[in-house]
Ligand binder design. Structure first.
Ligand code: ZN
Length: 423
């Protein structure tokens, strides 16, 4: 973020991506990374946050072995983005998750625990880190998970990062506290504490940690006490959180503007240029398919979220003539990847259309109908006794043998004929 070291340090030998600046050696000076600032602005524009045209970096002071300078260069008073919302699909409708801010900082070094020893790898130290902070508006682990998945999708969409959690290029932190359920129409009164679970490296762990915390805190409340404000870790093997340290409050960090970095200003033309770079966003594309083709939200979300499926779909779109075709194609792409993967779109489309037009009738259909009548003795007997609904079942069996290609009306007529004539 403030030096020229490469951020591609995944699986690199420890302490090979270093310079005096990211090691915090005396006399080194930070120089802000323009591209990182632009990407943060892009992210802020995508979620319609207010851009702080004039912003500065601050020192967040604390002692920890992963922080050689004794402070982290971050943003506190003037984050690059303030507010904004992220549209998330929850329970079949779009919910706008309100953001607090989007700020830019430098990452810290990585601690590795080896038995009694703690080793420090500084490769990650000084890598740009964008923190996206929500308002306290998420009320379940499922909602939190849907939200962070959306953030990952957006970050990849905008080519800001691969947001790969295995590589540590996306990390999750959940702040959890329990409040009394408000009566209808009343606002939730926020509790005076929060528990932060840090360094969650998968969506599943986030969900588990939140659910675990909800239960743990509920028990404390039920015993007439209030949970303490603290930072907790998550033990993935046990599926439990454990206390790490009492959580600092903002004033403990003694934030102050970094005197080595002058305040920065984004010009209107720079912002306008970035705004032009904004592609159509995932939720905009989902809505587009919903509106144009009547795809349901689940289908359009899955289609847009999967790069390969989305690409294939987009190549077919010019040939799609109506909603019916669109629904069938979208479902097939999402549910049966083996039917299209590795195929050329033009070839796939030809085959698919041929398959659609193919209708089984005449002698072939009559053959299947006879077979069904022979095999389905019970349904046949039921029908002949006057149980009309058995006919539907028999048509279904014909359709099954015809692999869905039978003309349903013809199949029904043939069945009725056969059943009445040869009864
Ligand atoms: Zn460096």
């Amino acid at each position: 973020m403030f030096c020229g070291c490469s951020a591609q340090h995944f699986r690199q030998p420890a302490n090979t991506h270093l310079c005096p600046t990211c090691l915090g050696l005396p006399g080194s000076l930070p120089v802000p990374n323009q591209r990182a600032i632009e990407m943060t602005v892009l992210m802020a524009l995508a979620v319609k946050a207010k851009i702080n045209r004039r912003f500065f970096f601050e020192r967040k002071n604390y002692f920890y072995p992963d922080l050689p300078k004794g402070y982290q260069i971050s943003q506190h008073i003037s984050p690059i983005g303030e507010g904004g919302t992220v549209p998330v699909l929850l329970g079949g409708k779009y919910v706008a998750v309100a953001l607090h801010d989007i700020h830019l900082e430098e990452d810290t070094a990585k601690l590795e625990h080896h038995g009694d020893e703690v080793w420090i790898d500084f490769n990650r130290s000084g890598v740009p880190l964008v923190e996206v902070v929500t308002q306290p508006v998420l009320h379940s682990a499922a909602a939190a998970k849907a939200y962070v998945k959306r953030i990952q999708q957006l970050v990849r969409w905008l080519r800001i990062s691969d947001a790969d959690m295995e590589k540590g290029s996306m990390r999750l932190e959940a702040n959890i506290s329990l409040a009394t359920r408000p009566s209808d129409g009343e606002e939730i009164e926020l509790p005076s504490y929060r528990v932060e679970v840090k360094n969650l490296n998968s969506f599943r762990f986030l969900e588990k940690a939140i659910n675990y915390e909800i239960e743990r805190q509920k028990k404390i409340w039920q015993n007439g006490k209030q949970p303490v404000q603290e930072t907790r870790g998550f033990d993935a093997q046990q599926g439990v959180t454990f206390g790490q340290r009492r959580k600092e409050v903002a004033k403990d960090y003694r934030y102050f503007p970094d005197p080595d970095i002058p305040p920065l200003e984004l010009t209107s033309s720079a912002i306008a240029r970035l705004r032009k770079q904004l592609p159509r966003l995932p939720w905009e594309e989902e809505k587009m398919w919903q509106e144009r083709y009547g795809l349901d939200w689940q289908l359009s979300q899955t289609l847009v979220a999967n790069d390969k499926a989305r690409e294939f779909w987009q190549m077919l779109v010019p040939w799609i003539k109506n909603r019916d075709q669109a629904q069938k194609i979208a479902k097939l792409i999402v549910n049966k990847p083996d039917r299209w993967q590795g195929k050329k779109p033009a070839k796939f489309w030809q085959e698919w259309q041929k398959g659609q037009n193919e209708r089984l009738g005449g002698a072939k259909l009559a053959e299947i109908v006879s077979q069904v009548i022979v095999e389905e003795t019970k349904a046949v007997a039921d029908y002949r006794r006057g149980k009309i609904s058995a006919l539907g079942y028999l048509v279904g069996q014909v359709q099954r043998l015809a692999r869905g290609k039978a003309d349903p009306r013809e199949a029904q007529q043939l069945l009725q004929q056969e059943l009445t004539n040869n009864g």
